[in-house]
Write a protein that binds this ligand. Structure first.
Ligand SMILES: NC(=O)C1=CN([C@@H]2O[C@H](COP(=O)(O)OP(=O)(O)OC[C@H]3O[C@@H](n4cnc5c(N)ncnc54)[C@H](O)[C@@H]3O)[C@@H](O)[C@H]2O)C=CC1
Ligand SMILES: O=C(O)C(=O)COP(=O)(O)O
Length: 409
């Protein structure tokens, strides 16, 4: 019988943006050796060239996987985002081509929470400005505009994995925590949910944004919201660069209304560490500017490397899609002595009955079947006796609505 399951040495994995060594180790341990590893991201043209023969790609927040890039990626089976955000991936284009997308939804959340907590303490004491001045030879020994964090009101916008962790750390330091979220949330500790962003901004001494990039959060924080903030308060954004209108923030900083700000993400970020960082916020000593390093700690990167690489290997080895951000989730047992067919199809009426007909017409016994559908696509996994794997693959490929089909053994 022809060898239809792809040999692991032939499965090409392209890893970009210097994902942690733990990703390489995990993939090697799982038997994958054909790995191209780059420490930087790639521009559109180079990316299209490299992705053309890749079966898997691993990226972080910088690499843009557009419709055009997916169009050039005819062999691609899955994308691993070695980060939380998946806004850099055109998820619709991936789904339509039967490409599963995975991320690491928790592994760097503590790192972000620790960073914003530290920034809040430093900004309330005016440290960024005093530090910058000291480097230039100025000595500002003064308690003016210098405050403890204890007893201050923290306003969190987006009370998810990062927002809740920040909330817990802030309460431990004696802050009063309020949050605004579009969905009703279980308050952790003594945090209180408020009904509107305006209510939050009117009372908070420290405001911190922890929302994902979505059409609704794009520039959700502009001149109007800045005007609603308390004089002498602080704004922090370690979510996405498109959430805050940077020009409006620069204008507000110029007016002296805010005590300070800490910004980790920007509407346009340098493509590599060799490119100049350009921002109207560079002129302000009381604005902490960090190069999108909220999740960049050794601990987070090592955990993310392992977590996402495991998800890619699991999907490649046995078809499991648990925690995929765009695919129906299927947790699968191993399939010893059987061949496993993975069939991704358009979620339209009649596909499953046609699949079942193909099997009965050709006398192929189904040993196990797992089906999940989600929005536009369906994912069915069928285990068959070894001798039928090749025939079943051939027949399944001709089923109307098939997007992609492969066999594992
Ligand atoms: N600076 C960095 O290095 C990092 C940045 N991030 C960013 O932080 C974001 C948040 O991360 P998590 O807390 O893990 O996400 P999450 O998904 O756990 O929480 C996001 C929260 O925002 C809420 N939300 C969504 N739209 C909203 C809106 N329009 N108004 C108010 N609330 C809204 C959601 O209901 C949810 O509770 C990520 O999507 C990512 O973009 C994440 C990790 C590192
Ligand atoms: O996890 C995220 O969403 C981040 O923003 C971190 O991105 P990075 O891996 O540092 O490019």
């Amino acid at each position: 019988m022809a060898n239809t399951s792809l040999d692991k040495s032939k499965i090409k994995i392209l890893l970009l943006e210097g994902v942690h060594q733990s990703a390489l180790d995990t993939l090697h341990e799982a038997g994958y050796t054909n790995i191209e590893y780059l420490t930087h991201s790639l521009g559109d043209e180079e990316l299209k060239e490299k992705i053309a023969d890749a079966h898997f790609i691993g990226i972080r927040s910088r690499t843009q996987l557009t419709e055009e890039v997916f169009e050039a990626a005819s062999k691609l089976m899955a994308v691993g985002c070695f980060c939380i955000g998946t806004n850099q991936v055109n998820l619709k284009a991936a789904t339509q081509r039967g490409v599963a997308v995975f991320n690491a939804p928790f592994s760097n959340t503590r790192s972000v929470a620790e960073l914003v907590l530290a920034q809040a303490i430093l900004l309330l004491r005016g440290i960024p400005e005093k530090n910058a001045k000291a480097h230039r030879g100025d000595w500002i020994k003064s308690a003016k505009n210098s405050y403890e964090i204890r007893g201050k009101k923290l306003g969190i916008i987006g009370y998810g994995n990062i927002g809740t962790q920040f909330s817990v750390l802030a309460e431990a330091l004696g802050m009063e925590v309020y949050y605004y979220d579009v969905v009703s949330k279980l308050s952790i500790g003594n945090a209180k949910q408020v009904n509107s962003m305006k209510e939050l901004l009117n009372m908070a001494d420290v405001v911190s944004l922890h929302v994902p990039e979505t059409p609704a959060t794009k520039y959700m924080f502009g001149a109007e919201q800045l005007a609603q903030m308390k004089p002498g308060s602080i704004l922090m954004n370690a979510s996405r660069g498109t959430v805050v209108d940077i020009e409006a923030l620069a204008e507000t900083m110029r007016s002296g209304k805010l005590l300070g700000a800490a910004i980790d993400v920007f509407p346009v970020e340098p493509k590599s560490n060799d490119e100049e960082f350009v921002s109207p916020l560079r002129e302000f000593d009381n604005v902490i500017l960090t190069p999108h390093i909220g999740g960049s700690t050794i601990e987070a990167q090592e955990n993310i490397g392992r977590e996402v690489a495991e998800k890619l290997a699991m999907y490649s080895d046995n078809g499991t899609t648990v925690s995929s951000v765009n695919f129906p989730e299927v947790a699968l047992p191993s399939h010893p002595n059987q061949h496993r067919l993975l069939h991704i199809h358009e979620n339209i009426p009649g596909v499953m009955s046609e699949i079942n007909r193909v099997f009965s017409d050709n006398g192929i016994n189904i040993c196990g079947q797992y089906l999940q559908t989600q929005d536009e696509i369906g994912y069915v996994v069928i285990d068959v006796d070894k001798e039928y794997g090749e025939l079943a693959l051939e027949k399944l490929k001709s089923v109307r609505g098939t997007i992609r089909c492969r066999v594992l053994f």
